[in-house]
Design a protein around this ligand. Structure first.
Ligand code: ARG
Length: 567
């Protein structure tokens, strides 16, 4: 548990009332308004045990704390609640000391020590452009990786490529027929060229259906391990990964393992055998499937030509990953349009008797809508992701270009970092399951609710610190203003925010926190002069500013943003 103050309150209360510390802990809340205190104990459960009015119970419990316990300024009954108020100057001292001592580690924990979490994210399909969905998966998965690592888990990031299936028979066939003259182009723009080949195949096969048979024959060759087929397929895969990596580098994203469906094609055959033997799968018109409710689509595991499917390979991959890693959780970061797939996948694993099936989690997310509608990888949207990035860099360059204090090289670096952070924040500032309407203005504006605003506030705090080389020791905490208190409470809550984000697989909670805290800092900065204040106040405000910058930095890193001290 991160929040030790809540623990203290639970301990104190459990000595006074007829509940265990754990039970009290679960009941504790944060009051809606800060003038109602910091930790609140609702007395309704107790009231029903004692068969008394909750107001009376609250009065009675509060009366036991006539002298506020250490660390608190008062304990008060308000309605049916007992509210504990922090001693704010003690809190300020503790929080600032803790942040400036722990630095980059502030907010981290060891809760996940010795436990492995597998995160399956990005996972695009080879020989095809990455879609916006893959972009979201990359951003969300990368952030979850950082959050869970910060909590002490050992994370294994897996890029599970869509690199197997009958469509590759078509690719091989197309390449065999029309690929030779495209070799140079293929090296320069691999994915575009491969997509072109695929499109050509589709067009040609409409005119000449015999091509489909050829494609099936190519796929069969691949399944049978034919050398030439596999070599070609491997070239497609390598070239695709090379292209994807350019994009990951820009985003600052890495993976521990590049895996893919192809690695599980053999094991998938065994899965099919087992599902048949266990009578979990049933036959239907030559194909095999795992049935679900009457109105639900089944999970297809074998086509009538004997080939395995996406779901079959996912079953094999999960089995293999559990065998290899004994994971505590396996997280699949994939769009909500695959909800049914994952529901059925997990319950099939359960039917197969795997107790670890309940530790598999689908972290879904909504779509991004452009003004024109849903983004797809088909046709016109081929270079969309690259366009998005280029457009962002253009815009960030524009505003940084006017600034004379940076060299050309610095400007380029800043434009990139701000652009990437804008994109990341633009995604993670939304509740992940909601659909997003793509809006350039919102992404890049400098005021409020945008990556650049978060960074700008952080850079401003960092620049104050630069003006003040030596930080005076903090001997005492002066009387604080409301704005200072608010900021202290924000900083104090960061570890809990991280814990919440992890619990709900929701980086959005951290993004919101950063925005709120940046706003509170801006108000503080406007109302409370730092450098011109008298000595003790100045020392305190400098500490507060420094601690704020540290917490912002920690939070931004958890989202995958690039904190810039200057911009
Ligand atoms: N390649 C898939 C797609 O683009 C996503 C794979 C997600 N991971 C998984 N284990 N199913 O839709």
């Amino acid at each position: 548990m991160v929040d030790s103050k809540k623990e203290i309150v639970a301990e104190l209360l459990s000595k006074e009332v007829n509940l265990s510390k754990e039970d009290v802990f679960k009941l504790l809340e944060k009051p809606k308004y800060s003038n109602l205190g910091d930790i609140s104990f609702p007395c309704f459960v107790l009231a029903s045990i004692y068969k008394k009015n909750p107001f009376m119970v609250a009065q009675e419990v509060a009366s036991r704390f006539e002298f506020a316990p250490e660390g608190f300024s008062k304990v008060q009954a308000i309605g049916g609640y007992v509210n504990f108020f922090y001693n704010n100057s003690m809190l300020a001292k503790q929080v600032l000391e803790s942040i400036l001592y722990k630095k980059k580690k502030y907010g981290s924990s060891k809760i996940g020590k010795g436990k492995k979490i597998i995160i399956d994210y990005s996972s695009p399909n080879i020989a095809k452009p990455m879609s916006i969905g893959h972009l979201r998966s990359t951003i969300i998965g990368n952030s979850l990786y950082k959050i869970f690592s910060f909590q002490g888990y050992s994370c294994i990031g897996i890029n599970y490529l869509g690199d197997y299936g009958t469509q590759f028979g078509k690719m091989l066939c197309a390449y065999d027929k029309w690929g030779k003259p495209l070799e140079e182009e293929m090296k320069k723009k691999p994915i575009e060229t491969m997509l072109g080949l695929y499109v050509k195949f589709t067009e040609e096969s409409e005119k000449n259906p015999a091509l489909e048979d050829e494609a099936r024959a190519w796929f069969k060759k691949m399944e049978d391990g034919d050398k030439k087929a596999l070599e070609l397929w491997k070239t497609f895969r390598d070239l695709s990964i090379g292209d994807f990596k350019k994009f990951y580098d820009l985003l600052g994203v890495e993976f521990d393992v590049y895996s893919g469906e192809s690695q599980f094609k053999e094991k998938a055959k065994l899965v099919i055998e087992r599902l048949k033997a266990q009578k979990i799968a049933v036959e239907s018109e030559g194909a095999w499937l795992v049935p679900f409710g009457k109105d639900e689509a089944p999970l297809l595991i074998q086509k009538n030509d004997g080939a395995s499917l996406y779901a079959t390979r996912d079953i094999a991959a999960a089995e293999e990953h559990f065998k290899k890693y004994k994971f505590y959780r396996k997280i699949y970061v994939v769009g909500t349009e695959q909800n049914i797939h994952f529901n059925h996948l997990f319950s099939t694993l359960q039917r197969m008797g795997y107790p670890w099936a309940k530790n598999c989690v689908h972290v879904g997310f909504g779509m991004i809508y452009l003004p024109e509608g849903k983004i797809s990888t088909r046709k016109g949207n081929l270079v969309f992701l690259e366009d998005v990035l280029q457009r962002i860099f253009e815009l960030t360059r524009e505003f940084i270009d006017k600034d004379p204090k940076f060299s050309k090289k610095e400007k380029e670096k800043i434009a990139k970092a701000v652009g990437i952070s804008a994109l990341i924040y633009g995604d993670l500032s939304n509740d992940r399951v909601k659909d997003i309407k793509f809006d350039w203005n919102r992404l890049l504006r400098l005021e409020g609710d945008s990556g650049p605003y978060i960074q700008y506030t952080y850079a401003r705090a960092s620049s104050i610190m630069k003006k003040e080389k030596v930080l005076q020791k903090l001997s005492s905490i002066p009387n604080m203003t409301k704005d200072e208190e608010t900021l202290i409470k924000d900083l104090d809550s960061f570890p809990e925010v991280v814990e919440n984000a992890a619990e709900h697989y929701s980086s959005h909670i951290i993004a919101n926190y950063l925005l709120r805290t940046a706003d509170h800092f801006s108000t503080f900065y406007e109302k409370c002069p730092v450098l011109t204040a008298e000595k003790e106040v100045k020392a305190f405000r400098l500490h507060l500013t420094k601690a704020f910058a540290q917490v912002m930095e920690n939070g931004m890193l958890l989202l995958g943003m690039v904190p810039l001290k200057r911009m």
